[in-house]
Design a protein around this ligand. Sequence first.
Ligand SMILES: Cc1ncc(COP(=O)(O)O)c(C=O)c1O
Length: 353
Amino acid sequence: MHTRIAKISIDAEALQHNLLRVKTFAPNSKVIAVIKANAYGHDVQTVANALAEADAFALATPNEAICLRQSGVTKPLMVLQGFSSIEELKALADLDIQVVVHQQSQIDLLEQCPDVKLDLWLKIDTGMHRLGMSVEMAESAHQRLQACESVNYIRLMSHFANADDPAHPMNQAQLSAFSQMCDRFGQGDASMANSAALVAMPESHMQWVRPGIMLYGSSPLKDKTADELDLKSVMQFESKLLAVQSLKQGDVIGYGSTWRCPEDMKVGIVAAGYADGYPRHASSGTPVWINKALCPLLGRVSMDSICVDLRAVKADIDERVVLWGKELSVDVVAEHADTISYELLCHAGASLG
Ligand SMILES: Cc1ncc(COP(=O)(O)O)c(C=O)c1O
């Protein structure tokens, strides 16, 4: 039940447009659309339906993938975190869900289950140092997996740590380490590129690309806007003006009284706060779209409301307000809140979805 005034809506056509952009950047690769964390807050079911032209979907956890499969999605699914018990392994294999194998204990479990059969991705850690087998361990892991009766087919994957900064020297080092592994295993079925690498490092595309954030219309690169990459915003986060205050020069605004009116002025109170997923750390000056104008946020973000400067716009109670979406990129809000669009999208989706 929706109990909040603020609301989000999802534009399926924008998702499809962004998938076409992925295919334009990487025309020779298959696309694994990353739809973990409830599709970055966009509602996994809506997104899976809209992205019928993707080749596969990646989820983070076994349960995410199992729920999606049980909802009727028949496309290849992969679990990025893999499995951690025999029960999980069997449940995933039963539903024909691919798993990522990133540590030896998972190979032990596979060896204990000769009766299951599944495709997997061997994840190699080329420098991110999050999940993955070290380059040194990868060869023996690969041999064990090849000998394992429960393994149908092995693909290889790795993940960039700095792809959003294309000039970062680690990108080429990681790519070269991974390419060497693929050559060593004679493996022509591999994946490394997230959105940023997909856009900025065509040499990393391989057979499968794994875009997440660009599908949702946010720029994966620090120095390029979503508009410049022709990506369309998918989540529309809107609310309305609850009240308009006529304040006097010197009046202070919000908790902590951190903002002082430099003159007599109108201030709008918007029905959206951190309980709705609007970032508590958005600083004064963060733009909010009202009636074709970008109005600066004033003072601290409250639980259910924010205050905005109405000096540049004519707006009254009930006026439509866009926190982010078509009129204002989530990337701009993220920058003002000292965070990344991923976090804002996930939080708003979890709060209002
Ligand atoms: C293993 C893996 N691949 C691909 C992605 C997609 O990354 P992005 O959303 O930056 O495109 C993620 C997201 O965090 C990931 O963890």
